[in-house]
Write a protein that binds this ligand. Structure first.
Ligand SMILES: NC(=O)c1ccc[n+]([C@@H]2O[C@H](COP(=O)([O-])OP(=O)(O)OC[C@H]3O[C@@H](n4cnc5c(N)ncnc54)[C@H](OP(=O)(O)O)[C@@H]3O)[C@@H](O)[C@H]2O)c1
Length: 414
């Protein structure tokens, strides 16, 4: 029998606390948790968990007794036990397609809220198909993509559309998201997750088709909408006044934004257009950088489709548990601009939502985004269950939390 959420011993479990990102999320909670939070660290290796706890006790000596929950990501019984002991679980155990499915199932069964930082569209699709309806019944809110992919795009679009509704009377019909200036590094887990998608996609035609579908994460992925494939090639965007090129994360972010629109009862309209690209500077130098980066990206993706290059890359790039140094994280940042045009009923009105962070996006800011999502899931009143998105679960409440935690979500008219 499941214990009522309010009677469970823990508020939050950080699952994967021994990993590079998981340890940062644990540290974020150690520094920013509200008083009285009942939380625990979870993972498969007790010794490593105890070492993470020791580091947290340096931040706050009262954490030296923080409970440790040990289990393997494939041990259904253990996961059911852990999911039944807490109100919220946040997971950083990836690649999620390899290690994530059983934990989500356990959370859905137990009515436990869950958030992760996956950027793997096929994993999210599988969780939607397997659990959305059941999660609605048990009340579990399953919130994938609560890190750099896809919070800036998803919550930035929501913030912009809320502004348009308030100031122009209706949401924008067209929204274009541009990932701009940024500085950051990459960790072993992220590389492993990317490699796994590329490797699977080279062998599986259905997966390639799914990844190419702009509505891959919509409630009904067969239903066509107004958007086509993600932008390819280099072009100048007159609304932004900068050169642009393809953005690798558009493959997940744009699908999440379109799912949010559908789950919010088409709050942005059924004819809503969304696209995502990378942006560069305005002049000829910007065009050259856009061409060089886009060409480099195409070469890298083409190269990674070849098994020997993947093997070589695995040896040269960071391995499990490795990632950018503290200095690199703290000197990192990102800035995303999300432009709305075609305000229905307000003619030529245009606005931009700037979303920015003051640490590197993938780790420092991602730890903040997942940490605040975990804390936000504890707040009342709770929304309904389902396999949701950041915008369709916590929405503007999470934007407020992230603003208070130092992230920028700022709208101005153009
Ligand atoms: N959305 C974003 O912006 C974003 C940012 C950063 C990372 N990510 C994603 O987050 C994931 C983790 O990345 P990372 O670099 O932090 O990875 P990592 O350092 O390799 O950590 C992986 C974690 O998974 C645990 N794990 C592996 N197999 C397990 C199993 N069978 N049972 C239980 N735990 C298991 C590891 O435990 P051990 O320590 O015991 O090995 C470790 O705690 C990746 O999928 C990555 O793509 C996303």
């Amino acid at each position: 029998m499941t214990t009522a959420r309010k009677d469970r011993p823990f508020d939050i479990v950080v699952w994967g606390a021994t990993g590079f990102t998981g340890a940062l999320v644990a540290e974020y909670l150690a520094r920013h948790r509200p008083e009285g939070l009942r939380w625990a660290l979870g993972g498969r290796n007790e010794k490593k968990l105890a070492a993470v706890r020791e580091r947290l006790a340096v931040v706050d000596p009262s954490l030296s007794e923080l409970p440790l929950l040990v289990g393997d990501s494939h041990d259904k019984e253990k996961l059911a036990d852990i999911a039944g002991k807490t109100r919220v679980i946040v997971s950083t155990v990836g690649p999620f397609a390899e290690y994530g499915a059983e934990l989500v199932a356990a959370c859905v069964d137990a009515g436990t809220d869950y958030a992760d930082i996956t950027g793997e569209p096929h994993f999210v699709r599988e969780m939607i198909d397997r659990h959305h309806e059941h999660a609605k019944e048990t009340g579990a809110r399953i919130v994938h993509c609560s890190g750099y992919d896809s919070i800036p795009s998803d919550l930035g679009t929501l913030t912009l559309q809320e502004y348009a509704k308030e100031h122009f009377g209706a949401p924008f019909r067209e929204v274009k998201c541009f990932a701009g200036e940024s500085k950051g590094g990459v960790s072993g887990g992220t590389i492993a997750s990317m490699m796994l998608i590329v490797e699977k996609a080279t062998k599986d035609r259905d997966l390639r088709r799914m990844l190419g579908n702009p509505y891959a994460l919509a409630p009904d992925p067969k239903k066509k909408g107004p958007d086509g494939p993600d932008p390819k090639g280099v072009r100048y965007d007159a609304d932004l006044g900068r050169w642009t090129g393809p953005f690798v994360m558009a493959a997940i972010n744009s699908r999440v934004v379109r799912r949010s629109n559908a789950l919010l009862d088409y709050a942005y309209g059924e004819d809503f257009h969304y696209s995502e690209a990378m942006s560069f500077k305005a002049g000829p130098a910007g065009m050259l950088t856009a061409a060089a980066v886009s060409g480099g990206l195409a070469l890298a993706m083409g190269g990674l489709a070849l098994a020997p290059i993947r093997e070589l890359a695995k040896k040269k790039l960071p391995g499990p548990g490795e990632g950018p140094s503290k200095e690199a994280r703290e000197s990192g940042f990102f800035k995303t601009r999300i432009i709305g045009t075609d305000a229905r009923g307000a003619g030529g009105k245009r606005a931009v939502c700037t979303v920015a962070g003051t640490n590197d996006p993938g780790y420092g800011e991602t730890a903040k985004m997942l940490g605040e999502t975990a804390l936000g899931l504890l707040d009342e009143p709770r929304g309904p269950g389902g396999v949701l998105t950041p915008a369709s679960s916590l929405g503007m409440h999470l934007v407020e939390r992230l603003r208070n935690a130092g992230m920028t979500f700022e709208v101005s008219e153009l």
